[in-house]
Design a binder for this molecule. Structure first.
Ligand SMILES: [Zn+2]
Ligand SMILES: [Zn+2]
Length: 392
């Protein structure tokens, strides 16, 4: 059952809801691409020893990761003192080289997992705070996903040059513009988006998802493009809309927990949208139930009428057959009686003719005609009649 996203009376509020959902759909479209490319980055930065935590690999003090409040105490290095490890330092240097601004987000990553977990490398390219507990690309939000693509220089090789030209952090850079859409939607004061802005969002997000270098052939990105078109044209199912709303609401909740300044109005509006959709679903279910009940009653009464009709037609039919059978019996009986009578008459005439002949010729006892045995004629015709009678 298709539905539309117009849960609110205000058009621009509905536009904002669509924009929020579009961001989540777009993020999902990037997950497979990001997973694949981060595995390539992981392979390129080399193997670490697998024992060193990140605190050990960062000298103290290093801004902005650790800020020594007093000469003796650093909250970042409280459990682990810096200690050189050539193997891990090499990986660390390669990560720095891959970072567009040379400043990986060390606080997000667990360096002891660098050997086997490409996501721990990917986390170095996320915004500096709020992502340490995010355990996969899928769990990451729109802002995180776009930040990795902007901050990790490897993505220059798997996106069209137009996506990164002019290069970040220029606000005219198309990928920077995409990140800004996310910020505008999350930090909104009034949860309203104009028609023109919404069309521009859909256009920008779809263009990026259909980038010809890799994404055009990525099934996740292709699905996301379709879902964006559905969203734009109000073709989502109720279930899909419900899921999207829930995901968008969770995204905002996570972002708030991660310390991002999320508009309270945004969370309120998404909650309200979920409630409205729930109410619409319940109303639809009740209507369906009512319609089913009415349908069942109708079928039952029609069946009853049908049974009665069949019953009366059967009786009528039986009566007709009985009448016809009786008529047929009478007709046969009459025919048989007529035949017997005709036979008897014919025999009588023959007998009389025989007697007359005998008087004309010389009389002889051998010639005496025998009277016609009418009983014999009757039994023959009766046998035919019984044999042919089909009904009991
Ligand atoms: Zn090490
Ligand atoms: Zn420190």
């Amino acid at each position: 059952m298709a539905t539309n996203t117009n849960l609110f009376a205000d058009k621009e509020t509905n536009n904002w809801i669509k924009a929020s959902l579009a961001l989540n759909v777009t993020k999902q479209g990037f997950t497979n691409f990001l997973d694949t490319e981060l595995q390539n980055v992981h392979a390129n930065v080399g193997k670490s020893c697998g024992n060193c935590p990140i605190e050990k690999l960062i000298p103290c003090p290093t801004k902005p990761h650790c800020s020594k409040r007093t000469r003796k105490y650093c909250p970042f290095h409280k459990s682990q003192r810096p200690q050189p490890c050539p193997t891990c330092d090499n990986v660390k240097q390669n990560i720095i080289l891959q970072h567009r601004y040379g400043g990986p987000s060390w606080r997000n990553t667990r360096a002891e997992k660098w050997t086997h977990d490409y996501w721990e490398i990917g986390k170095c390219f996320l915004p500096p705070d709020g992502y340490s507990s995010v355990s996969s690309v899928q769990e990451s939000d729109f802002n995180g996903v776009i930040s990795i693509m902007l901050n990790c220089k490897h993505f220059q090789t798997c996106l069209s040059s137009t996506c990164l030209s002019p290069p970040p952090p220029n606000n005219q850079c198309p990928l920077e513009k995409v990140r800004q859409i996310g910020r505008d939607v999350r930090h909104t004061a009034d949860c309203k988006v104009t028609d023109a802005d919404l069309q521009d969002y859909f256009q920008t997000l779809s263009t990026l998802l259909a980038d010809p270098i890799c994404l055009q052939h990525d099934s996740f990105a292709m699905t996301a493009c379709t879902r964006l078109r559905d969203l734009q044209n109000d073709r989502n199912s109720v279930q899909e809309l419900g899921e999207l709303l829930k995901e968008s609401h969770q995204t905002l909740t996570h972002a708030t927990e991660a310390g991002e300044r999320i508009s309270q109005e945004a969370k309120r509006t998404l909650s309200k949208a979920m409630q409205k959709l729930d109410a619409a679903i319940k109303c639809g279910e009740q209507r369906l139930k009512r319609e089913t009940e009415v349908g069942e009653q109708r079928i039952e009464s029609k069946t009853h009428i049908g049974e009665e009709r069949i019953g009366s037609k059967t009786q009528h039919g039986e009566q007709l057959i009985e009448n016809k059978a009786r008529d047929a019996e009478l007709c046969i009986e009459r025919t048989v009686q007529n035949a017997i009578m005709r036979m008897n008459e014919t025999s009588q005439i023959d007998y009389e003719r025989g007697v007359a002949d005998r008087f004309h010729r010389q009389p002889s006892s051998l010639d005496t005609p025998r009277p016609f045995n009418s009983e014999c004629g009757i039994s023959v015709v009766a046998a035919i009649y019984l044999h042919r009678q089909p009904m009991g």
